[in-house]
Write a protein that binds this ligand. Structure first.
Ligand code: GTP
Ligand code: SPV
Ligand code: MN
Length: 595
């Protein structure tokens, strides 16, 4: 098939990829429904995809990855800059030439007998000055179909690019799905991404974490904007005014759920509404009026399936009812639909678990005997979301009133607190820590430092990244959003979550907005401004009283001293590029805590 563009830079690079990987065919993805339909049909024939019940789930398909390939592989993810210190020490680093010399033999001829798909895609609304174009080559139809949901693909992306050479070159090959030779490599200085031997989401949908966070964070550093691991939501008050909030939580810590929350009755009946702009990534620029504006570079949701249900997140569930790709969930054979832990109480009797094996086969059982993999996912088009914001395609983005950080902390972090100012807020982000989840390979439930939820996604030196945050604050001045920290995951002595979470998180967001508008008082403490417990509205909640909130807001100074030590260790590890200002913030916090 002929190419779709006359852009010589794109044509030359695609030719280079063809020469390297020697596919039998090259197919350019134009974004047309006809072409996508043909690819789906082909994948049904090979078994790469299973067509689900088209009456109940129109346009929906099921995919199983290899058993060894179910999550991001942080240990095999590299940032390759000329100078080691520009990427290390938080990132894995290797010199670009050395990495290329290692990977080129793996790519050589790896698409023999296969087809190479060329996917031009745009991150961000078509026509937005803040959007950026990438081209991914891949040998996976699954990747093509996912990219079609997650980004704006085809002719429109090439039109956005025009004759420019400013596009991110992404080369993906499944190769042998060999975990010993799996590499996810970013070359930020070359706008290039090399991914090999995986077929799982974040490792292979190169527009997502690889481009929209790792490469884009570096671009933002150079160009004066920010690429963050943040949801974007709008809260509409009864007068119709909408305030926008962005929030950074680590992987599988609640971004999709917060982005789509259903307001509790107490707010709904007054006329409050919540709108979703994005659930994972925000690109933020300073607008003409001096405020911070956010766009969502994505066009769909790659969401965690387990725990998603009619009560916890109906908007996400409804988003998956058509045109969705399910990955590593269980296959309910009774009616050819899907199931996962936490969907409902009707565990299917006749089912295949996530690897595709029959349940009674008992040949392989996922962690804890689960039918769906804990990191099983849905890829759903954003347009399906009942609460999608009318500003979703706004080329200028939405103005940000508040920035929220948060993580999974069983004890240390209170339900919510506010930073004293931007610089202290940057400290709070840099001091984030969270229990690890199934979104990445490795142990689950271990507390690790995860600054701004960007530990796995920052495409350059973490100290420089902190410095960039401080710089942005200086530019924003008194127009800077206020910065908060939240924790939905405090547990009681039995290990149960104390805070109801999900839709009820709106109660905390309302306090946050109240603070931004100067409508509610707070208590100045060593760690920041804490709410008066009675200012978190708990009316209508069954098990939560103001006393519970008081408990959730309590700060254990010994735990905090311990935590502050961890922050100091992180700073020492990052080294001299940690801004002096943050070391001062750390020292003053220690001071305040010891008083
Ligand atoms: P990524 O897509 O990996 O970036 O994850 P995410 O941050 O979007 O997390 P998501 O909203 O998918 O939630 C992950 C898990 O946390 C799910 O199992 C949710 O059920 C659970 N979760 C989300 N919000 C809350 C909450 O407020 N309280 C509790 N207890 N659990 C929550
Ligand atoms: C995450 O792990 O933060 C995700 C899923 O959003 S992935 O695309 O795999 O990175
Ligand atoms: Mn994520």
């Amino acid at each position: 098939m002929s190419s779709l563009t006359s852009n010589q830079h794109v044509l030359d690079w695609v030719k280079e990829m063809e020469t390297l990987m020697t596919p039998d065919n090259v197919i350019w993805i134009d974004g047309s429904e006809g072409q996508l339909r043909a690819l789906r049909e082909e994948a049904f024939k090979t078994g790469e995809l299973t067509e689900l019940n088209q009456d109940k789930l129109p346009g929906c398909v099921l995919h199983h990855t290899a058993k060894n390939d179910v999550a991001r592989v942080e240990g095999r993810t590299f940032i390759c800059t000329t100078k080691k210190e520009d990427a290390a020490p938080i990132n894995n680093w290797m010199a670009p030439d050395e990495m290329k010399a290692k990977l080129i033999p793996m790519y050589t001829g790896c698409m023999r007998g296969r087809t190479m798909y060329v996917i031009p895609y745009c991150m961000g609304p078509i026509g937005s000055p803040f959007s950026k174009v990438g081209v991914e080559v891949t040998d996976s139809i699954y990747v093509v179909l996912n990219m079609d949901i997650m980004t704006r693909v085809g002719v429109k992306a090439l039109r956005q690019l025009g004759d420019s050479n400013d596009f991110v070159r992404g080369q993906h090959a499944k190769a042998d799905i060999d975990e010993e030779n799996r590499y996810i490599v970013q070359f930020p200085e070359d706008n290039a991404i090399w991914s090999i031997n995986s077929g799982y989401g974040g490792n292979v949908l190169l527009g997502k974490k690889c481009f929209a966070l790792r490469i884009a964070s570096y671009q933002g550093y150079k160009e004066g904007w920010m690429a963050e691991h943040m949801l974007i939501l709008g809260i509409e008050d009864p007068t119709g005014h909408i305030d926008y909030v962005t929030a950074a939580f680590p992987s599988a810590c609640g971004k999709t759920n917060l982005a789509m929350l259903i307001p509790p009755e107490i707010y709904a009946k007054k006329g409050y509404k919540v709108w979703t702009v994005g659930d994972d990534i925000a690109w933020m620029h300073i607008g003409e009026d001096g405020r911070l504006y956010a766009i969502n570079p994505e066009n769909g949701f790659f969401g965690v399936a387990p725990g998603t249900n009619e009560k916890s997140n109906p908007n996400a569930l409804h988003s998956t009812m058509k045109g969705t790709i399910f990955t590593n969930v269980a296959h309910n054979l009774t009616d050819n639909t899907v199931w996962w832990e936490g969907l409902d109480k009707n565990i299917p009797e006749d089912a295949q678990e996530w690897t595709g094996l029959a349940v009674d086969g008992k040949e392989y059982v996922a962690d804890g005997g689960k039918l769906a993999h804990p990191n099983s996912r849905f890829t759903a088009p954003a347009v399906n979301c009942p609460c999608l914001s009318s500003e979703f395609n706004n080329p200028q983005g939405v103005p940000v009133t508040a920035i929220v950080f948060g993580g999974r902390r069983a004890k240390t972090a209170p339900l919510v607190y506010e930073s004293f100012d931007w610089a202290h807020g940057v400290y709070v982000g840099s001091a984030m820590a969270s229990e690890t989840t199934a979104a990445a390979t490795g142990a689950v439930g271990v507390v690790r430092r995860d600054p701004m939820a960007m530990r796995p996604f920052c495409g350059y030196n973490m100290g420089d990244y902190f410095g960039h945050w401080l710089e942005m604050g200086k530019k924003l001045g008194d127009k800077a959003p206020k910065i908060f920290n939240v924790n939905w995951f405090r547990t009681d002595d039995q290990g149960h979550f104390i805070w109801p979470g999900f839709g009820d998180n709106m109660r905390v967001l309302m306090w946050i907005l109240g603070r931004c508008k100067g409508e509610v008082e707070a208590v100045e403490t060593a760690i920041g401004y804490l709410p008066n417990a009675e200012d978190i509205d708990v009316s209508g909640l069954e098990d939560v009283t103001t006393a519970t909130v008081k408990d959730l807001l309590s700060v254990d100074k010994d735990l905090w001293m311990e935590d502050v030590k961890g922050v100091g260790e992180l700073y020492d590890q990052i080294g001299e590029r940690v801004p002096a200002k943050l070391r001062e913030e750390l020292a003053s916090l220690k001071d305040r805590l010891s008083k």
